[in-house]
Design a protein around this ligand. Structure first.
Ligand code: NAI
Length: 792
C-alpha cells in the first residue's frame, strides 16, 4: 500500500503487542499449575484438572487444578496458622509488604497485562493502561492504610481468615480489590479466581513469593464454582468477600446464613447512562464508548441502559451509530483494537440469547457492518432501541457490548426510569447544568454516580452497590471496615435477664389495672390486626398488662407507613437533630415513670433502672449530636475533579430488640438509624415490651413525624422474618438470641438485603464502647460516591 493510499483510507495497520515473555512463562508451566498453599505449590488432592483458553483464538494456555474439600481445608489451615503472626507484625511491617507487592506489580506490569489479555480476551490497551496500573495503585493505597492502622482504626482488629471468590471480568484487579484491604487490616486470605481467568492470580502468587510475603498469608486455589462453594461454606473462615453474579451472591448469602461470617457482595448491575438535552453530545458519545464497550461490556457497572431526553434522542442515536461504526473489533493483542473477545463461548451464547429475546420482545437492533474474526468468541457492538422499561434486556444484565436505549421527558421521569431496576450499582449523568446533576445524583439508587464521566475507579473511592447489586464497599476507608471488627472490651457483662425472681415492689406510679398496649404505626396507636394480645409478666410471674400481638398485616402496614415517611430521609440533619433532642428532653421529663416500668418489668434494682433511663437520654443526645456530624468525605482521585463520598440512609430498617436493658437497647438501635435519615419498623423485646409501648407517648409529643418510628409488638423471630423477606425493607438489624440470626440471614437472601447481627443480650448497652458510636452509624448508612470532574 502506498503512502498516498494509506493517507486516503487512514486505515490502521496491525500493531500486535509482543507476547514472548508471557509465552515463556506459560511454557515454564506446561506441566500444569498447582495450588498455592502455605507459601508453596502443590498439586490438587482431587487430581482433577481443567484447561484455560485464549478466548480470541480458542487455544489452550495452560491446565489448572480443581481444588476439592481437602485442598480448601489445607489452604484454610495454612491461612489460620499464619494469621496471628501476620496481625502481630503491626501496621508498618504490613505496609512494607504491601508496598513490595505494589512495586513488583509495577516491575512486571507488561507481563501481567499481556497474560491478562491472553487469558481474558480484553484489549491490551485496557489491561496495560487501566487494569494493571489500578492494581498497583490499590496496593500502594492500602500500604498506606496498613501504616495508619493504629491511628485511623483504633479499637478495631482483623477478622481472621478471609475467603474470597472473584469473577473473570477484571481478574487481577478484583484480586487487588480483595487482597489489598484484607492483608492491610491483618487478615490472611484464601482466594479463588474465576475458572476462565486464573493465570494472573497464579503469577501474582509467584510475585508474592518473590516479595517474601510470609507463607500462608495469601493462598490461591483454583477451580470452578464447586471449589468456591466449598470455600465460602468452610467453617474455618471468618469472612466471605464475593464479586460475581447476583444469582451466586444470593446462594452464598443463603449458604453462610447463621454461620456468623461477615459478608460483602459485589454483584450485578444494569446501570443507567442519563443524557439530558443540554449535555455535550460528543462527550456523551465518547462516554458511552467507555461505559458499554469497555471490556466488551463485561463490566458490572457498565452503562448498559441509555436514557436520553426525548428531544435529543434521534440526534444522539445518530452520533452513537456513527461512532459504533468506527469501533475496531478484533485481536485483543492489537494495540489499536477497541473491542476484544468475549471471555468464553458460553458467555457469547448468553449474550446472543438475550439479544434474540430482546428482539422478540420488540426491540430494534442496530449493529455496524464489521468483519469479525473467524475464530474465537466475538460479538459486535450493539444498540437496541424501541425497548420498553420492562423488557428483559432492560432489566437483565446482558454482560456484553449491548446498549439498550429508552427516552424520558422530565428529570423526574429520568430518575424514575433509572431507579426502575432491582440493581443499584452505578449511574452516569450527562448535563452541562451542575445544579441539575447534583440534584439528580442523590436521587439515584446507586452506590456510584459519575457526573459527565463514566467507569472511573480509584483505590481511595469506595465502590459497591445498593439493592440487589450487593452490599459492602471496596476501596477507601469504608472498604477497610469490611475487613475489621471492633475490639469490644466490655468492663462488665450486662445483668442477665432474670426470671422468676421476686418482683420489685410495685412502684406507685404504675397503674395497677391491666392495660393492653396497642401497636404504633404511622404515628398512631392502632389495634393489632389479628385482634390478639399477649400477656406481659413481671419477673415473679405476676401480670403487668398485655401488648398487641402483631402479625404479617401489621408489619406490612408498618412498612407502608415507613415508606410514606420518606420526607424524613431528605430532612436536614439539623432538623433531625432537633427532633432527637426533643425526644431526649421528653424522655428525661418522664424518668421516674420509665425507671419504675423497668423495675417492674425486669426486676432491676432502682439504681440500675435509673441508670438505664439516664443512659437512654444520654444516647439520644449522642445521636442528636452525630446527626449533623457523620459527614462524608471529599476524595482526590487522580483526575481533575473531586469525588464526594456521601453517607446516605439505607431507607427502611427493620429491627428486632433484645430482652436485655429493654429501653436502652431499643433507643440504642432506633436513635442512630433515624439520626441519619432512616425510617424504622421495630420489634421491641418480647419479654419486656412495655417500656417501648410507653415510648409511643414520648414520640407523640416530640415532633417525630408519623411513620419514622413504627413499633410492632409480638413474637420477635416470626415478625423479623417477615421484615427480612419484605421487598421494601432495605436492611434488617437483629439483636435477638443468636439462634434466630440464621433464619434472618436466610430470609434476606431473596433480595440480597443487608443484615446486621448483634449479640443483643451479650452486649452491655450501658457501656458506650459497645452500645453506641460510629459503628452503629456506619451500619445505618451506605456510601454513595459522586464523581465530579471539572475543567473545560
Ligand atoms: P459467577 O457468579 O458464576 O462466577 C463468579 C465466581 O463465583 C467464579 O469464581 C465462580 O467460580 C464462583 N462461583 C460460582 N458458583 C459458586 C458458588 N455456588 N459458590 C461460590 N462461588 C461460586 O458468574 P459466571 O457464571 O461466570 O457469569 C454468569 C453471569 O454473571 C454473567 O453473564 C454476568 O451477567 C454475571 N457476572 C457478573 C459479574 C459482576 O462483576 N457483576 C462478574 C461475573 C459474572
Amino acid at each position: 500500500m502506498s503512502i498516498a493510499e494509506i493517507l486516503d483510507t487512514m486505515d490502521y495497520g496491525p500493531a500486535p503487542e509482543a507476547r514472548d515473555h508471557a509465552d515463556a512463562w506459560l511454557a515454564g508451566h506446561a506441566d500444569g499449575f498447582g495450588l498455592f498453599i502455605g507459601g508453596a505449590w502443590r498439586s490438587a488432592k482431587s487430581g482433577e484438572r481443567f484447561e484455560t483458553r485464549d478466548p480470541a483464538t480458542g487455544k489452550t494456555l495452560g491446565t489448572l487444578a480443581q481444588a476439592d474439600q481437602a485442598d480448601v481445608d489445607a489452604a484454610v489451615r495454612a491461612a489460620r496458622a499464619a494469621q496471628g503472626a501476620w496481625a502481630a507484625l503491626g501496621g508498618h511491617s504490613r505496609a512494607r509488604h504491601l508496598y513490595a507487592l505494589a512495586r513488583l506489580v509495577q516491575k512486571n506490569s507488561r507481563l501481567l497485562a499481556v497474560l491478562e489479555t491472553l487469558d481474558n480476551g480484553k484489549p491490551i490497551r485496557e489491561t496495560r493502561d487501566i487494569d494493571i496500573p489500578l492494581v498497583a495503585r490499590h496496593f500502594y493505597h492500602h500500604a498506606g492504610w496498613a501504616q495508619l492502622m493504629d491511628s485511623e482504626f483504633p479499637k478495631q482488629r482483623p477478622l481472621g481468615v478471609v475467603g474470597q471468590v472473584i469473577p473473570w471480568n477484571f481478574p487481577l484487579l478484583m484480586l487487588a480489590w480483595k487482597v489489598a484491604p484484607a492483608l492491610a487490616a491483618g487478615n490472611t486470605v484464601v482466594l479463588k479466581p474465576a475458572e476462565y481467568t486464573s493465570l494472573t492470580a497464579l503469577l501474582f502468587a509467584e510475585l508474592a513469593q518473590e516479595a517474601g510475603l510470609p507463607p500462608g498469608v495469601l493462598n490461591i486455589i483454583t477451580g470452578d464454582g464447586r471449589s468456591g462453594e466449598i470455600l465460602v461454606a468452610h467453617a474455618g473462615i471468618d469472612k466471605v468477600a464475593f464479586t460475581g453474579s447476583t444469582e451466586v451472591g444470593r446462594r452464598i448469602r443463603a449458604a453462610t446464613a447463621g454461620q456468623g461470617k461477615k459478608l460483602s457482595l459485589e454483584l450485578g448491575g444494569k446501570s443507567p447512562f442519563i443524557v439530558f438535552d443540554d449535555a455535550d453530545m460528543d462527550s456523551a458519545v465518547e462516554g458511552l464508548v467507555d461505559a458499554i464497550w469497555f471490556n466488551q461490556g463485561q463490566v458490572c457497572c457498565a452503562g448498559s441502559r441509555l436514557l436520553t431526553h426525548e428531544g435529543v434522542a434521534d440526534r444522539l442515536y445518530g452520533k452513537v451509530r456513527e461512532r459504533m461504526a468506527r469501533l475496531r473489533v478484533g485481536d485483543p493483542m492489537d494495540k489499536s483494537v477497541d473491542i476484544g473477545a468475549i471471555v468464553h463461548p458460553d458467555q457469547l451464547r448468553r449474550i446472543e440469547t438475550l439479544v434474540a429475546q430482546g428482539m422478540d420482545e420488540g426491540a430494534e437492533l442496530w449493529q455496524p457492518q464489521l468483519d469479525l474474526p473467524k475464530n474465537g468468541s466475538f460479538y459486535p457492538p450493539t444498540l437496541l432501541t424501541e425497548v420498553s422499561p420492562s423488557a428483559t434486556v432492560a432489566q437483565e444484565e446482558v454482560f456484553g457490548p449491548v446498549l439498550v436505549a429508552m427516552t424520558f421527558r422530565t428529570p423526574d421521569e429520568a430518575v424514575a426510569l433509572a431507579n426502575n431496576s432491582r440493581y443499584g450499582l452505578a449511574a452516569s449523568v450527562w448535563t452541562e447544568n451542575i445544579n441539575l446533576a447534583l440534584d439528580i445524583a442523590p436521587k439515584l439508587k446507586a452506590g456510584v454516580v459519575w457526573v459527565n464521566s463514566t467507569n472511573q475507579f480509584d483505590a481511595a473511592c469506595g465502590f459497591g452497590g445498593y439493592r440487589e447489586s450487593g452490599f459492602g464497599r471496596e476501596g477507601g476507608r469504608e472498604g477497610m471496615y469490611e475487613y475489621l471488627t471492633p475490639v469490644v472490651q466490655s468492663k462488665r457483662r450486662p445483668a442477665p435477664v432474670r426470671r422468676g425472681r421476686k418482683a420489685a415492689a410495685e412502684p406507685k406510679s404504675i397503674p395497677a389495672v391491666d392495660r393492653t398496649a396497642k401497636l404504633y404505626i404511622g404515628g398512631r396507636q392502632v389495634r393489632a390486626d389479628g385482634g390478639y394480645s399477649l400477656p406481659v409478666a413481671a419477673v415473679d410471674g405476676s401480670s403487668l398488662g398485655s401488648v398487641g400481638e402483631g402479625n404479617r398485616k401489621d408489619i406490612r402496614d408498618a412498612v407502608e407507613a415507613a415508606r410514606k415517611a420518606q420526607a424524613w430521609s431528605s430532612a436536614t440533619a439539623h432538623a433531625r437533630a432537633q427532633v432527637l433532642y426533643y425526644v431526649a428532653e421528653n424522655l428525661s421529663a418522664r424518668t421516674a415513670e420509665f425507671r419504675d416500668r423497668i423495675r417492674a418489668m425486669s426486676g432491676a434494682a432502682p439504681k440500675a433502672a435509673a441508670r438505664e433511663v439516664d443512659a437512654a437520654v444520654s444516647r439520644l443526645f449522642t445521636y442528636a449530636a452525630w446527626a449533623d456530624k457523620f459527614d462524608g468525605a471529599v476524595h482526590a482521585p487522580p483526575l481533575r475533579g473531586v469525588t464526594l463520598a456521601m453517607n446516605e440512609p439505607l431507607g427502611i430498617v427493620g429491627m428486632a430488640c433484645p430482652d436485655t436493658q429493654p429501653l436502652l437497647a431499643f433507643i440504642s438501635l432506633v436513635a442512630p438509624a433515624i439520626a441519619v435519615g432512616n425510617r424504622v419498623v421495630v420489634i421491641p423485646s418480647p419479654r419486656h415490651p412495655l417500656s417501648a409501648a410507653d415510648f409511643y407517648q414520648v414520640l407523640d409529643t416530640s415532633d417525630v413525624p408519623g411513620g419514622v418510628v413504627n413499633i410492632v409488638t409480638g413474637a420477635r423471630d416470626p415478625l423479623i422474618q417477615i421484615l427480612a423477606e419484605h421487598d421494601e425493607v432495605d436492611a434488617v438489624w437483629y439483636a435477638g438470641p443468636v439462634a434466630g440470626a440464621a433464619a434472618v440471614e436466610h430470609a434476606s437472601a431473596g433480595d440480597i438485603k443487608q443484615t446486621w447481627i448483634i449479640d443483643g443480650d451479650g452486649c452491655d448497652w450501658l457501656d458506650p464502647a459497645s452500645g453506641e458510636g460510629r459503628g452503629f452509624l456506619r451500619h445505618a448508612t451506605q456510601v454513595k460516591n459522586i464523581w465530579i470532574p471539572y475543567g473545560e
